[in-house]
Design a protein around this ligand. Structure first.
Ligand code: GLP
Length: 252
């Protein structure tokens, strides 16, 4: 593990080898956190990136090596205007990929309802997170978004309703089995994420290599929201060899 890119910011960069090694490292490190802190409050993302990590965590729970019985899970974000039983919803994805296969008590899963007063729902979510999660896992959008914090999301942003960038709506097609794609959603804000004791930014595959390079090298700016995490005292970028291919030598 390296101390960062030498520019004095706190982001640690871990180049985690193959996709298999990457997933195993993240799953085992999370399991270790759970063993130290069984009541871990963890924020989890959806998307395709974390799926192999969740697969390994579910295996560890099935094998009796890990337990979420006392943990608490907060969903990072949710699509709006989508039916509660739509398989493309973030809560449905997380249930399928992880929650249905672990021992987390249902009442310890926090998610967004979004069928009533969205602003009130977001305010209540922010309250529930309170002083922050212990650990937050994040994927990265190709435009540098984290959660649904699209370019322009500032460091003070809280849990709120957001409009999706057109490219994010287009990219969401891979989650849905129909073409009524979401144009808005609700997400933890950058400030909400920054209150987490630890943040892990996850990236795999050559498709993420350009944005991984920008997250490390561009100026810290709301224009690339993931760069804002470089101001977090315990943030780590964990990328497989493909996603870190454009970082150059001596980084990570
Ligand atoms: C989506 C989600 C993010 C996710 C990102 C990357 O829009 N809102 O939470 O991390 O885009 O998704 P994927 O992991 O499928 O590349």
């Amino acid at each position: 593990m390296s101390p960062g890119d030498g520019r004095g910011h706190a982001l640690r960069i871990l180049r985690a080898g193959t996709g298999e090694q990457w997933a195993t490292y993240i799953a085992e490190t999370l399991i270790a956190r759970l063993q130290v802190t069984p009541s871990l409050r963890v924020c989890l993302p959806t998307g395709l990136t974390p799926v192999p990590v969740y697969e390994r965590i579910a295996g560890a729970v099935a094998a009796g090596r890990a337990s979420f019985a006392r943990a608490e899970v907060f969903l990072l974000d949710e699509f709006g205007g989508v039916a509660p039983d739509d398989t493309g919803r973030c809560d449905q994805m997380l249930r399928r990929d992880l929650l249905d296969r672990i021992d987390l008590p249902p009442e310890r899963f926090h998610r967004f309802a979004l069928d009533g007063d969205v602003d009130a729902e977001c305010g209540a979510y922010e309250q529930a997170i309170g002083s922050g999660c212990d650990l937050t896992l994040l994927g990265i959008g190709r435009n540098g978004h984290v959660g649904m914090n699209e370019p322009g999301s500032g460091p003070e942003s809280l849990t709120r309703r957001v409009e999706l960038a057109p490219e994010t709506t287009a990219a969401s097609a891979r989650y849905f089995s129909h073409d009524r794609l979401p144009t808005w959603g609700a997400t933890m804000g950058i400030a909400t994420i920054m209150r987490s004791r630890e943040v892990w930014l996850l990236a795999t595959g050559t498709g993420k290599a350009p944005i991984v390079r920008r997250v490390v090298r561009d100026a810290i700016s709301p224009l690339v929201p993931a760069t804002l995490l470089r101001s977090h005292p315990a943030a780590m970028l964990i990328a497989d060899a493909d996603a870190s291919a454009l970082l150059g030598h001596g980084v990570g």
